[in-house]
Design a binder for this molecule. Structure first.
Ligand code: FAD
Length: 461
């Protein structure tokens, strides 16, 4: 039976998980009302602040999210930081259910000496810088060195490598921030080493990202043939996606290229390469002890095989000279409100199929539910799962929606008292048009605003 009053659900976080959860809820039942609360005045989470500027096709999901935001039973409330401007308990008072979809805003640290030296950045901050995340707008990474070392071999590591090495003529047609474009135009970085603790068969990137590296104009691959010994022989036994990835890797690393490719490589002024079986031990300081001048790596060997293969230190070390170190070893969800159960070890909200453990009416989706891995499509599926779980609970009566709840009205009274002024979706559309207008002048899709104050000013104009 359907409840007489509508079920009021609020979602914390306006990234893919938040929008996909909302989409499934409003589409599946006509008596569900959804409010999305987002920390920033602008929506879309990592689609805006993570996805690389030269991957515009990935950002097309924004069209679907916009449709959801414009749905009659869905509202967006930007500029509201849950845990600070309003607590999760207050949201639970105002709504029948609360879905936590606030992503992973922290990052894993390497935990090695020298990590705090100038010239050492997390990929999260570096990506935030070129993508216009307000808190990273002052990063000003020093790109005056020749060699950069990226620690980690996943897609984010490859995004960073590609942005560091891409011809500026390509980047300037994307929505990369102007300050990043200016810095990259002056960059001295000529060589990027992408370091991983395991071997070529364990790289964590996907074939699309690897192919983009292999074909990146003005660059050539520079790998150590010795690291690929025995790899070609294993091809036959590999599952198809890993096989294709490894074939491409081998082609770039050890095959003698044809004449045209050879010529292209000879002309290239920049180089990139994977370095395998290496683990960071220490970032080595410059003589004035202020900035990074190199990195000390432990040399590993592999033990075991298949999925269970482990890297073990051989005791040997290697020093690599470099002025830029970017650690891309993973994002990490944070606890935003002490009232919410949190598994600090796994850095996720403990849940069963999206139901937060031991807390009725509380759900989670996206990276905060699963951990910070997986593409947007993975996030979509798991958000749909959470929405299904929630709707099942309404159906079963374990989620009580029979009482009348104040919803956004209750929350806006609280926010008003606290001097917090939310940004609506139509306010965001003003920011969007202004960014697009500024981009048009420069021949790019948009020029992002970097300052929250400016965003708010434009939203309220
Ligand atoms: P997020 O996208 O992080 O969204 C969480 C939202 O919650 C954010 O908007 C945040 O501001 C908000 N929030 C945080 N704290 C609070 C709070 N206290 N109160 C209110 N709101 C809050 N996937 C692809 O398919 N293709 C790609 O090319 C691709 N590139 C990527 C590049 C990078 C660098 C990264 C990191 C990821 C990339 N991904 C890509 C993966 C994709 O971005 C994720 O799968 C997806 O964004 C996860 O969605 P989410 O909603 O869980 O988290």
């Amino acid at each position: 039976s359907t409840p007489a009053s509508s079920a009021k659900v609020c979602i914390v976080g306006g990234g893919p998980a938040g929008f996909y959860t909302a989409q499934h809820l409003v589409k599946t039942r006509t008596d569900v009302q959804v409010d999305i609360y987002e920390r920033l005045p602008v929506p879309f989470g990592l689609v805006r602040f993570g996805v690389a500027p030269d991957h515009p096709e990935v950002k097309n999901v924004i069209n679907t999210f916009t449709q959801t935001a414009q749905h009659a039973r869905c509202s967006f409330h930007g500029n509201v930081r849950v845990g600070k401007d309003v607590t999760v308990e207050e949201l639970q008072e105002a709504y029948h259910a609360v879905v936590l979809s606030y992503g992973a805003e922290g990052n894993r640290t390497m935990g090695v000496p020298g990590e705090d030296l100038a010239g050492v950045y997390s990929a999260k901050d570096f990506v935030g810088w070129y993508n216009g995340l307000p808190r990273n707008s002052e990063l000003r990474p020093d790109l005056s060195c020749e060699t950069a070392v990226i620690l980690g071999q996943g897609n984010v590591a490859l995004d960073v490598a590609r942005i560091l090495l891409s011809p500026v003529d390509i980047l300037k047609k994307t929505d990369i921030t102007q300050h990043a474009l200016d810095a990259l135009a002056e960059s001295s970085v000529r060589r990027v080493l992408i370091v991983g603790r395991r071997g070529p068969l364990q790289v964590a990137c996907t074939i699309k990202e690897l192919r983009e590296m292999v074909n990146l104009p003005g660059t050539r691959p520079e790998m150590e043939a010795s690291e690929f010994e025995g790899i070609a022989e294993t091809l036959k036994s590999l599952a198809r996606p890993r096989k294709r990835l490894t074939e491409l890797l081998l082609k770039a690393a050890i095959e003698t290229p044809g004449e045209e490719e050879l010529e292209r490589r000879n002309r290239a002024e920049r180089a990139w390469g994977f370095r395998f079986l290496r683990k960071p031990l220490e970032v080595l300081p410059s003589t004035d002890l202020i900035r990074a001048a190199g990195i000390r790596l432990a040399v590993n060997r592999l033990e075991g095989d298949g999925e269970g293969v482990r890297a073990v230190a051989t005791g040997e070390v290697e020093d690599v000279e470099c002025g830029l170190v970017i650690s891309s070893i993973g994002y990490k969800s944070l606890l935003i409100d002490p009232a919410v159960p949190f598994d600090a070890r796994k850095a996720i909200i403990p849940n069963t199929m999206g139901r937060v453990q031991q807390t009725a009416g509380l759900y989670c989706s996206g990276w905060v539910k699963r951990g910070p891995t997986g593409v947007i499509a993975t996030t979509m599926n798991d958000s749909f799962d959470t929405a299904r779980t929630l709707l099942q609970d309404i159906g079963k009566g374990t989620l009580d929606v029979s009482t009348v709840k104040p919803g956004s009205q209750g929350v806006s009274t609280l926010l008003e008292k606290r001097g917090v002024k939310p940004v609506s979706f139509s306010d965001w559309e003003k920011i969007d048009s202004e960014e697009t207008r500024r981009g048009e002048i420069k021949g790019k899709p948009r020029e992002k605003m970097l300052d929250v104050g400016e965003m708010l000013q434009v939203a309220r104009a």
